[in-house]
Design a protein around this ligand. Sequence first.
Ligand code: FES
Length: 166
Amino acid sequence: MAMYTKKVMQHFLKPRNVGRIANADGVGKAGNPVCGDVLMLYIKVGKRKKKAKSKSNVEEYNVEEYIKDIKFETLGCAAAIAVSSMLTEMVKGKTLEEAKKISNKDIVKALGGLPQHKLHCSLLGQQALMKAIEDYERKKKKQKIKKQKVKIKSRKANEKQKANER
Ligand code: FES
């Protein structure tokens, strides 16, 4: 296994954030049909206040969404496990926008490199992360539409009741 860097070996032998998150906000799965390796990524999204840029002296805040927790299950080679572990460490605490910008090259760089024939393993991590974020955003959109429908329904019911009272 001398072909791997010390960092890769550390993450392979002692992977961080292994497991699954019950009721995850987003789940992403990526696989490679050639080697058969599969990576499942689970994310929990939190909200926190962020100081907004303001021209006035009054302090203003925005709410930003960030990756509060992340776990993975990988059925694959040493490089795929090291990539998954490193990715979870890189992503935890980042905003969704920051996380989306992480490329497979960033993961490889953080691991101190991967052998040429193992570079495709880094793609699994990046793809699973994108899918998990997309899954979260899709669910959020669905919930928003559902809430809007409930609002419209209750407004119509109110209007109907008022009309009956007249
Ligand atoms: S050999 Fe295919 S992901 Fe590692």
